[in-house]
Design a protein around this ligand. Sequence first.
Ligand code: HEM
Length: 363
Amino acid sequence: MTKLNIKKLVALCAIIPAVLSAQVGNDDPSAEQGLIGDLVNMPTSNLTSAGQLLRFWLLHVGSAISNNKLSQPECATDVCCPWYAIADDLTQLFVDPATQECTDDARAAVRLGFHDAASWSKKLSADGKDTGGADGSFILFREDERPENNGLQGFVTKILAVRAKHPGVSAADLIQFAAHHATVSCPQGPRIAFFAGRVDATEPSPPGLVPDVHDSSQNLINLFMDKTINAADLAALLGAHTSAKQFHVDEGQATKPIDSTPGIWDTNFYNETLQSNATDGVFRFPSDLLLSKTEHVAVAWEGFVGEQSKWNEAYALAYTRLGLLGVNKINDLIDCSNALPPHIPDAPGAIGGQKRRRRNLYH
Ligand code: HEM
């Protein structure tokens, strides 16, 4: 399913130093991050094919982008069947038919995927409070009412309506599927492999685990390290602001985008954040300005300028980790990537771009 042949991956599995797994507790923001969830103590002989792939991706080996040939499955025999109908409903929300760009609901879905998953802490988990993470608590316990989640209320109402129509899937999976779908709905966005099987929360997530836009760079780096996300992965993830707008940081400038092309998943965000002045009409988050110049983050940040494929690959691996935080049955997940819409390689204005989108629709 990915660029890396599974046999080669299995061979690599034997030679990846065990030390990588042992580095989960390392506080160096440039360190390798190690395994999470049930994969930490799972003997490699017990890994499912999904577990093998996800183990490699968590160790930054291989590509978490899936461009499998798309086909409509026979629902009776495909456990991923519900996701095809859900994908159709989400496409209505995420793609602007006039411009072929991704919509306000798409950007909200990416932010929702982040805020649900990010509510997990390695320290709290080690202290016996292993709750939160990609567990659906955000919509199950209406965490959109928390001040740090302001702005997501409108999209939560819409995703709850999708959930009511498709009750067979977990809220946790639905939130992450929507984030993957929204990302690839933006022209040039990566088609990040999606695995289903997350278990829903039975209680709200711990508060205080979502980053504050006015916090110091050191606090932000520490916050992400406590989620097992190192500086390079943080740089890759922050690129999601390529699709973002702000509504509540400065309400006098509500609806301003965070880069000049919010409907497209391009690398303009990285370049525009590094400039001494904001591009006309663009709002820049203080946290992005700070982090883009912070040791360890800055190197990766500059390396993404103008490097779409490099960033897409890095984002896909980093997001895979993010979307598995707090998931303790990673080895049992099932690959349902086929239900995602196709990757759109060109910006809509590019020659052939819109034709290609229409030709690639999977059914
Ligand atoms: C230091 C880390 C981060 C901070 C401080 C931060 C902060 C913010 C803030 C303040 C907003 C604007 C909310 C509003 O005014 O409506 C926002 C929007 C957004 N963020 Fe982040 N963010 C961070 C990391 C991330 C990450 C890791 C992702 C995704 C992987 C992400 C995805 C988004 C998206 C897509 C939006 C746009 C939402 C919309 O337009 O409705 N952010 N972020």
